[in-house]
Design a protein around this ligand. Sequence first.
Ligand SMILES: *Cc1c(COP(=O)(O)O)cnc(C)c1O
Length: 400
Amino acid sequence: MTPTTSYQQPTARGYYGQFGGAFVPEMLYPNVEELRTQYLAIMADPAFQAELQALLRDYVGRPTPLFEAKRLSAKYNTRIFLKREDLCHTGAHKINNTVGQILLAQRLGKTRIIAETGAGQHGVATATVCALMGLPCVVYMGAIDMERQAPNVARMRLLGAEVRRAESGSQTLKDATNEAIRDWIANPVDTHYIIGSVVGPHPYPDLVARLQSVISEEMRKQLLEKTGSELPDFVVACVGGGSNAAGAFYHFLDEPEVRLIAVEAAGHGIHSGHSAATSVLGTPGIIHGSKTLLMQDEHGQITEPYSLSAGLDYPGIGPLHAYLGEVGRSEFIAITDDEALTAVAELSRLEGIIPALETAHALAALGQLGAGPDDVVVVNLSGRGDKDLETYLKNMDKLV
Ligand SMILES: *Cc1c(COP(=O)(O)O)cnc(C)c1O
């Protein structure tokens, strides 16, 4: 049985405690309202579920394995399992969400897809499912990000997507999001906006968490087979916006004996001025349509986040995570760039798996859990490291 608790479920207006909601310009209200009133019924439809399950199995490659990492376990003197989201099609968990949202878009009668992307990973996952379904796809991306993430721009174009350059402001994710919202306002009838994490106005945080929850649903079955219990002692995941963590935590949220560890990017150090540790540095405010913790100055201007890892370089966190932290259901750990790089080398050498730089933050937290020899620890291996090879090459001195 799937447990349901107040932790999983926001209120009808999308609140998790004080966080969440839908703060959108009036012109966007009909689009968000259409989605809000229909997403639960569509997702509950057996025909939708059958199509989603078939695609997750045959296209994404689910269930992903739960691998017992014996050499890593020996090093940390505890029992460590890796949930292999890195083996998903396109190399990370993001496709779980885009596959679900494109099926939803089709049922809403939408014929055109837009998305925003920072590092390009969500853009690639969106372009992929648009190619699969034969739908036109426009991805907004900051001009600076397009320079920094050129291989992902090439991938999106190869997949048939149009990548539009956001030239305003800091020319990064925030500006790409503004452009996408403008597009959606201009094209409310035919277009669905695929958001890539558990952020944005309600119902997106809940929609994305539900689509990613397949991760913890599989974990419970796999743990039962491998350990005799569905419940581990720790679940560890990195948090950018928080979608892979939401998926890994979801079916453990109402199991208080399972400790949920959310790992943020400390960059050069939490208080260095070059960090993305939102749970420590953030204060309540509104970003991308929801109330959550975000990094801002005393005038409410968003402070530029920093992490060597492009996927964790986000100034907010999803409202669910802000809430879980506030009520003490989850615990936050912050990991620096250098600690993450050390974890990249460690997993590569000990287990023959090269993780994404984002994922390496979760791995670097293993030494700080206080887990004992009888404990079971699951690390959500959110993505593979191929996309980060250039960064790894530039930092070889820290990896050898
Ligand atoms: C995008 C990304 C993340 C961060 O996004 P979340 O929504 O916090 O999961 C983490 N790991 C990988 C591999 C990613 O591509």
